[in-house]
Write a protein that binds this ligand. Structure first.
Ligand code: ADP
Ligand code: ASP
Ligand code: MG
Length: 426
C-alpha cells in the first residue's frame, strides 16, 4: 500500500463544488488502494481578503504579527473542515488537523516561520485507522512561544513536502490550476509549454525568480530531503510535471534553458553621489538590513570625480516592493551620516529571469537574451547572474513583452495554448 500526500491550492478548493470535486479525487486515490494525506490551502483568494480586512481595521496590521497569523490561519481551517465534511458525506472516512495538531513545529517568526521539526503522530494514527488525514497548510506551532505561526505566502506547498518527508510518503503531488510546471507563467505567456520533468536546481531558481507555481521553501525542503514532486492540475487527468530531487532524475537531459520567470513584486533604490571610500557600502546595507529588507541585485557604478577626495559613486539595489517605503525612509533618515546626495525610488520595475541547468556547459545564452531584448526595443536597467540563471531588470510595463520575446528567442513556444483552469492569479 502506497502513502500519497496530495496538496490542493486555493483555486482547487475555491468554492463548494470545487471542494466536492477534490473530495471525489481524494476518495478515488484511497479506493485505488493508497493511504492518503491531504494538505489544503485557504479557499480562493481568502488569504488576500483576510489581509484586506485587517487593513481596514488598522493602517499597518502587521504591527500585530501574532494576531495576523491567528487571522490568516483561519482560512486553511475553513477548507480543511469543509473538505473533511464533504469526504465523510460521500461515504469515506476523514479527519482534519490544524498544522499544530499535525506536528508541524516551527521557529517563532510570525509571517515567515521555518519548519524545525515534524512529528505527525496524529496523522499516522488516522492513517492506521483507515482514515483520510486532512491537514491545514501554511501553518505551524512554536514550542517556546506556544503560538500559531505561518510559513509565508504560498506556504501550503511547504507543509505538503514536509509531511511527505516525515511520513516517508511514496508520492507528493501538488495540485494546482495549471497542468504542471511550464516554460513560463501561462497567464503571461499563453504559448508556454508544459515540462514533463525538471531538475530540482532549475525549479529552485525558477521559484526564487518569482514562478509561484511552487513555494521556494517547498522546493528547498524537497531538495534537502530528496522528495520528488509531481505538479499537476486538479481539473484534468494530465500526469503533470515531475520535479526530480532523488537519484531517479540523475540521468535526465539538462536543457540549456528550462524556463523563464517574471516578477513584478520588486522595486529599485539608487543611492546617488555617495563618497567612494571603504566602508560606505557596508554602512548603506547595514541601514537596509536594520530596516528588515532582503535585497536582491546590487550594482555600483564606476566612481566619478576629479581626485580621491571628492570621488563619488551611485549604488542601486532591488528589494521587495512592500519594503520600498520603509527602506527609503531608513536611508533618508541616515542621509547625513551616509553622506549621499540624493535617493531615487522606482516602484515600476520588473525582473525577468532565464533559468537552465545546461547553462553551466553552454555559452551564448546571454547573447541570445540581450539580442532578443534589443530587437524588442526593451531597455535593460540591471543584470545579475548565477551559475544557471540570468536575470535582468526592465520597466514593469515592458516586462510581459520582454518575457514573450525571450520565450520565442529560446524556441520555447508551444503550438497549443496553455490552459489555466481556475483562479484569479491574485
Ligand atoms: P495554488 O493556489 O494552487 O497554490 P498558485 O496561484 O500559488 O496556485 O500557483 C499557480 C499559478 O502559478 C498558476 O496559475 C500560474 O499562473 C503561476 N505560474 C507562474 N509560473 C509558472 C510556471 N512556470 N508554470 C506554471 N504555472 C506558473
Ligand atoms: N493561503 C496561503 C496563501 O494564500 C498559503 C497558500 O496558499 O499556500 O499564501
Ligand atoms: Mg501556491
Amino acid at each position: 500500500m502506497a502513502l500519497i500526500v496530495q496538496k490542493f491550492g486555493g483555486s482547487s478548493v475555491g468554492d463548494a463544488n470545487k471542494i466536492k470535486h477534490v473530495a471525489k479525487r481524494v476518495i478515488e486515490t484511497q479506493k485505488a488502494g493508497n493511504q492518503v494525506v491531504v494538505v489544503v490551502s485557504a479557499m480562493g483568494d481568502t488569504t488576500d481578503e483576510l489581509i484586506d480586512l485587517a487593513q481596514s481595521v488598522a493602517e499597518d496590521p502587521y504591527e500585530s504579527p501574532r494576531e495576523m497569523d491567528m487571522l490568516l490561519t483561519s482560512g486553511e481551517r475553513i477548507s480543511m473542515a469543509l473538505l473533511a465534511i464533504a469526504i465523510n458525506a460521500a461515504g469515506a472516512q476523514s479527519r482534519s488537523f490544524t498544522g499544530s495538531q499535525a506536528g508541524i513545529m516551527t521557529s517563532a517568526k510570525h509571517g515567515d516561520a521555518r519548519i524545525s521539526e515534524v512529528t505527525p503522530f496524529r496523522i499516522q494514527e488516522a492513517l492506521d485507522a483507515g482514515d483520510i488525514a486532512i491537514v491545514a497548510g501554511f501553518q505551524g506551532f512554536n514550542k517556546d512561544s506556544k503560538d500559531i505561526t505561518t510559513l509565508g505566502r504560498g506556504g501550503s506547498d511547504t507543509t505538503a513536502v514536509a509531511l511527505a518527508a516525515a511520513l516517508k510518503a511514496d508520492v507528493c503531488e501538488i495540485y494546482s490550476d495549471v497542468d504542471g510546471v511550464y516554460t513560463a507563467d501561462p497567464r503571461v505567456i499563453p504559448a508556454a509549454r508544459k515540462l514533463d520533468s525538471i531538475d530540482i536546481e532549475s525549479m529552485l531558481e525558477l521559484a526564487g525568480a518569482g514562478a509561484k507555481i511552487l513555494h521556494i521553501r517547498a522546493v528547498e525542503y524537497a531538495r534537502r530531503h530528496n522528495v520528488d514532486l509531481r505538479v499537476r492540475s486538479t481539473f484534468s487527468t494530465d500526469p503533470g510535471t515531475i520535479v526530480y530531487s532523488s537519484k531517479a532524475g540523475e540521468n535526465m537531459e539538462e536543457p540549456i534553458v528550462s524556463g523563464i520567470a517574471t516578477d513584478k513584486g520588486q522595486a529599485k533604490i539608487t543611492v546617488i553621489g555617495i563618497p567612494d571610500v571603504p566602508g560606505k557600502a557596508a554602512e548603506v546595507f547595514n541601514t537596509v538590513a536594520s530596516a528588515g529588507a532582503n535585497i536582491d541585485m546590487i550594482v555600483q557604478n564606476t566612481p566619478t570625480g576629479s581626485d580621491v577626495t571628492d570621488r563619488v559613486s551611485d549604488i542601486s539595489f532591488t528589494l521587495p516592493l512592500g519594503d520600498l517605503g520603509r527602506v527609503a525612509g531608513a536611508l533618508d533618515a541616515a542621509k547625513a551620516n551616509l553622506g549621499f546626495r540624493d535617493l531615487e525610488q522606482d516602484a515600476n520595475i520588473g525582473k525577468l529571469s532565464v533559468v537552465g541547468a545546461g547553462m553551466r556547459t553552454h555559452s551564448g545564452v546571454s547573447a541570445t537574451l540581450f539580442s532578443a531584448l534589443a530587437t524588442a526595443g526593451i531597455n535593460i536597467e540591471m543584470i545579475s547572474t548565477s551559475e544557471i540563471r540570468i536575470s535582468v531588470i526592465t520597466s514593469a510595463d515592458q516586462l510581459d513583452a520582454a518575457a514573450r520575446a525571450v520565450h520565442t528567442a529560446f524556441e520555447l513556444d508551444s503550438d497549443v495554448e496553455a490552459v489555466v483552469y481556475a483562479g484569479t492569479g491574485r
